[in-house]
Design a protein around this ligand. Structure first.
Ligand SMILES: *[C@@H]1O[C@H](CO)[C@@H](O)[C@H](O)[C@H]1NC(C)=O
Ligand SMILES: *[C@@H]1O[C@H](CO)[C@@H](O)[C@H](O)[C@H]1NC(C)=O
Ligand SMILES: *[C@@H]1O[C@H](CO)[C@@H](O)[C@H](O)[C@H]1NC(C)=O
Ligand SMILES: *[C@@H]1O[C@H](CO)[C@@H](O)[C@H](O)[C@H]1NC(C)=O
Length: 150
């Protein structure tokens, strides 16, 4: 058995571990990844919103999806007839998402003061098996390299 080769394997695997740790930490928390055609629920970060005066869901900062003040108003957007507001939790249900629904969603809640939260949604095409293969290759590369070396 060659100890130099073992050392290399150790270095490789440690590097991979490091990359994984950095990757996981660097990943934004309020992010959702879904497939096209799925039903998505965007949840506010707090379980109980309390009694709010007004609540607004936006797609990017420019496009209002809906607003609730005494009653729910759905704006004329590509989301009309595809979205539903859960009054109690403030969650936004989107039915059968398309790839162009990807982007940053904002929830603004007005009470005594205004609060805003952002959620990133990424809608993947069903045929994006390439992504999975790439992920597996990255994960398995050091192991395969090491088995070649030894
Ligand atoms: C959402 O994505 C944008 C760009 O893709 C990024 O700049 C931003 O930090 C992300 N926000 C959240 C809340 O993940
Ligand atoms: C999405 O919701 C609609 C309406 O409730 C339902 O008919 C449909 O089967 C759901 N689709 C998925 C992928 O769950
Ligand atoms: C909502 O109801 C409150 C109190 O009943 C009222 O002051 C306010 O004008 C109403 N807002 C809208 C948009 O109807
Ligand atoms: C909604 O927007 C579409 C496209 O922007 C437009 O064709 C349509 O007339 C609008 N409908 C209403 C009720 O404003």
């Amino acid at each position: 058995m060659n100890f130099k080769k073992w050392d290399w394997c150790l270095v490789l695997e440690l590097l991979q571990l490091l990359l994984l740790v950095i990757g996981v930490q660097g990943y934004p928390k309020q992010t959702k990844n879904v497939m096209t055609g799925s039903n998505v629920t965007l949840l506010p970060p707090r379980k109980h919103l309390g009694n709010y005066k007004r609540l607004t869901w936006l797609y990017t900062t420019k496009q209002k999806i809906l607003e609730h003040e005494n009653k729910t108003k759905y704006f004329n957007s590509t989301f009309k007839n595809r979205v539903k507001l859960d009054l109690e939790s403030g969650a936004l249900h989107i039915y059968e998402v398309w790839r162009r629904d990807s982007g940053v969603y904002y929830l603004r809640v007005y009470n005594e003061r205004e609060e805003e939260w952002a959620i990133n949604l990424t809608v993947w095409a069903r045929s994006s098996g390439v992504t999975w293969i790439a992920t597996w290759l990255v994960a398995l590369a050091p192991i395969m390299l090491c088995s070649l070396l030894i």
